[in-house]
Design a binder for this molecule. Structure first.
Ligand code: GLN
Ligand code: ZN
Length: 790
């Protein structure tokens, strides 16, 4: 007797046409009243539940919706809005919620009323940061990445004295909506331990302090929430504890036991949900917690499914997340069924089937992708299609005959992908296989290269440069949009971009910068621009994934072996260099960042795909140097964010990431100076690997930590040249010369002066020219003063 149920941990909330984005931005501009925004939310939820039910899922999930971020929803639910916002009860709940997310301005440079913005299109890496331009007033909560995804959550701010209460009706209202629509409802909540783990202390409390002081106060409130959900009549409560996939300190592991004994008292059937990472040493703990069911990631931790099936008492429900919630490939259903067969046996035929994690991390539907190559499209499954895959798996188990035809169709698609000559390019494979041992090794050590480059470039001490992009003005964006719509001829578009480049060069010359950039006017996005010109990449029309709030990204799809059919940047670089006697950097995106910000094929190790991209970009480096470009910058802002969630896997990841970068760079002759750039990250734990990149110069974001980030480089005796950012490009504020000078003096106290470069934190594409010129003028002034002082 088979007893199979299907559900998903969560569904994308942004809407098929990004309706939520449109509505939010209209609301923030004052064009859409709160009641109408609420109506949009209600309609989206109703539609998404209907999709789940119509696909044949046994439960719909409520509580996964959020107007900005689900962690922020929990801050409101649990009544722990930070005191610093001084809410006095006069503001409506929704307004308070958006204040947490977007900040409250104290003056003129208010958080932009429209979309929240950053340089990075919502993709940028690791560290805590806010994106909107902010002045005094109340800055928004910090944002940081949700585990190893590109989704950013708002970081709860807690302290030893924080208190909690059930303070929002929103979750219960949404559950009531779903029930009123006649659905069988599974509510979802972030668990108390994961909530505490994700928070930051505002009073210097350590994580163990927060755990010790706050968990006892938090549990009764969770108890009340669970009791109310039960009373409402939900079938299940999914309680998400993804930190069970992390290396947890013992105190946290023990806390799980006590916490869940207490939560179980509420009497609501709990499905403890884990995802993104294997449970490993937390596996038996997760299996014995007093909950009614356990969801595990059957994709990232497929190898653990059998042990979970053994360890989890049979009276508990096992939910196997067998369909990938993090990637966009069609599930190999035969393989999934083969994986599930022994699990089913162990569970006496009783099993829940699910996606590995919430579908928040994949696009909505393939339906609008009519422009995609049909064969490629047949290999993909977005959120909607994944619902159908779950339903089909259930049928295949419970009623195999009924599933025969759709299974055969799915099998055929998998077979064409596996055998496709378009996916497997023999020349690319042969090239990777034949790489000589020294392919990732520059010819001479840094000291020798430095002399040659110094003689060639003849730069002053404290050379000044920028990170690459200059303001992407409305004119540039309009020209690109018109070109894409076919309204602007290629030659006209190119002429317009050349004019922008010349303009950027002239302004840099006038400012007295030493190493120039062409300004990246011709680039929409640092990954998309290269992906569009590499073989093996595809772009969707509507494959949006929420990054934070109303911000979405549309990651490229890397579906086949990667190669570079033709040079990409050489024409632009040669043009820019031809305008000036100063060196102009050639500007590339590194292989690790291209990989990290794409949906990556799942039929070979990610690192192998990285090597292929590295070789394509290596050819670009070689062509640039042969065109007379003396400096090539290879940006790797996403290097650190690819770190696996488990420590034990860090070394292997970093090894391959460093090698991919070096494969790209090592074709450079000794006299070609290689720069790299990284931002938004803590680097101190990966300094040996950053040094191992062996870039001649690295520019990093440091100004917002007031150069504190540089201390690590100093103590480590970082061997090559380094440009610590001297001003924050996220803010319209123009720092004066003295401020940057103070940072440079601080840098000189930890790094030998002959190693120091002077530059902003990151690219300037979101700034205006006025701010940019004023800030760079002060920066050049600060560098000149340093030369006098040294
Ligand atoms: N060269 C890129 C720019 O300046 C780097 C962007 C980034 O680091 N995110 O825009
Ligand atoms: Zn950057």
């Amino acid at each position: 007797m088979k007893n199979i149920y299907t559900h998903i941990p969560g569904f994308p909330r942004i809407g098929a046409q990004r309706e939520l984005k449109t509505a939010l931005e209209r609301h923030w501009r004052g064009e859409l009243p709160a009641a109408e925004l609420e109506a949009v939310g209600r309609a989206l939820r109703a539609r998404h539940w209907a999709l789940q039910r119509d696909a044949g899922l046994d439960f719909v999930t409520a509580g996964d919706f959020a107007f900005y971020d689900h962690v922020a929803n929990h801050i409101a639910l649990l009544g722990c809005e930070p005191e610093r916002f001084r809410f006095d009860g006069s503001e409506p709940a929704l307004a308070r919620y958006f204040t947490l997310a977007r900040g409250r301005s104290g003056g003129a440079a208010a958080a932009a009323p429209g979309a929240d913005g950053g340089t990075c299109g919502g993709q940028c890496g690791g560290g805590h940061h806010g994106h909107a331009d902010r002045d005094e007033g109340s800055p928004a909560l910090e944002m940081t990445k949700w585990f190893d995804t590109n989704y950013h959550y708002l970081v709860p701010e807690l302290h030893a004295g924080s208190t909690f209460s059930v303070a929002s009706e929103r979750l219960f209202d949404e559950v009531a909506e779903a029930l009123a629509l006649g659905h069988a409802v599974k509510a979802t909540l972030i668990g108390p331990l994961t909530f505490l783990w994700l928070a930051k202390a505002t009073d210097g409390s350590s994580r163990p302090d927060l755990l010790e002081h706050l968990l006892p106060r938090l549990l009764p409130v969770y108890g009340q929430v669970l009791a109310r959900l039960k009373e409402q009549g939900v079938a299940w409560v999914q309680i998400e504890e993804p930190i069970l996939g992390l290396d947890l300190p013992q105190a946290w592991r023990s806390a799980f036991e006590t916490a869940y004994w207490q939560l179980n008292q509420a009497g609501a059937p709990l499905l403890l949900a884990t995802y993104f990472s294997p449970l490993e040493e937390n596996l038996s703990l997760a299996c014995r917690l007093p909950v009614a069911g356990l969801h595990v990631d059957g994709v990232r931790a497929a190898h653990e499914l059998a042990s979970v099936a053994d360890w989890l008492p049979v009276h508990k429900v096992l939910s196997a997340g067998i369909v990938d919630g993090r990637n966009i490939w069609r599930t190999d259903l035969d393989a999934a069924l083969a994986t599930l067969a022994p699990v089913l046996d162990k569970r006496n035929g009783r099993l829940w089937l699910s996606t590995s994690c919430s579908l928040l991390h994949v696009p909505y539907s393939l339906e609008p992708e009519t422009a995609l190559d049909p064969e490629l499209a047949s290999w993909l499954a977005f959120a909607r299609e994944k619902l159908d895959e779950l339903a089909l798996l259930k049928t295949a188990i419970a009623n195999p005959e009924a599933a025969a035809a759709p299974l055969a169709a799915s099998r055929a698609a998998i077979a064409t992908r596996r055998a496709s000559p378009r996916v497997h390019d023999a020349a690319v494979r042969a090239r990777v296989a034949a790489l000589p041992d020294n392919a990732a090794q520059r010819k001479s050590p840094f000291a020798g290269r430095r002399l040659l480059q110094g003689a060639r470039l003849n730069l002053p001490a404290f050379p000044t440069t920028t990170i690459g992009s200059f303001p992407q003005t409305p004119a540039i964006r309009a020209a690109r949009a018109a070109f894409r719509r076919g309204e602007l001829a290629a030659a006209t578009y190119e002429a317009a971009m050349r004019a922008e480049i010349e303009h950027a060069i002239r302004r840099q010359e006038a400012l007295g910068l030493d190493v120039l950039v062409h300004g990246e006017a011709e680039r929409n996005d640092m990954v998309e621009y290269f992906g569009e010109q590499l073989a093996g990449f595809a772009f969707t029309r509507n494959g949006w994934v929420q990054s934070y709030g109303s911000r979405c990204v549309k990651p490229p799809v890397i579906w086949g072996d990667v190669s570079r059919p033709a040079p990409i940047t050489i024409g632009w670089a040669r043009y820019a260099q031809g305008l000036t006697a100063q060196p102009v950097k050639g500007m590339l995106t590194g292989p690790v960042t291209i990989l990290q910000w794409s949906f990556v094929r799942d039929d070979q190790p990610r690192a192998d795909t990285a090597d292929q991209i590295a070789l394509a970009m290596r050819d670009e480096v070689d062509d640039l140097q042969n065109a007379g470009i003396a400096i090539v910058q290879i940006d790797e802002p996403a290097l650190r964010e690819g770190l696996p969630l488990r420590q034990a896997r860090h070394a292997a990841y970093l090894d391959r990431a460093v090698r991919a970068f070096r494969l790209t760079a090592a074709v450079a002759r000794d006299g070609t100076q290689i720069h790299t750039h990284m931002c938004y990250a803590e680097f101190n734990d990966i300094l040996p690997q950053i040094a191992a990149l062996d870039a001649d110069v690295i520019t990093i974001e440091t100004s917002r930590s007031a150069m504190a980030l540089l201390d690590g480089f100093g103590t480590f005796r970082y061997p090559n040249d380094i440009g610590p950012g001297v001003y924050d490009i996220h803010s319209p504020r123009v720092p004066d010369r003295e401020e940057m000078l103070a940072l440079l003096r601080r840098a000189r106290s930890v790094i030998p002066p002959e190693q120091l470069w002077v530059n902003p934190d990151c690219g300037l594409k979101t700034r205006s020219w006025n701010e940019t010129e004023a800030a760079l003028r002060n920066m050049v002034g600060a560098a000149r003063q340093m030369r006098i002082e040294s």
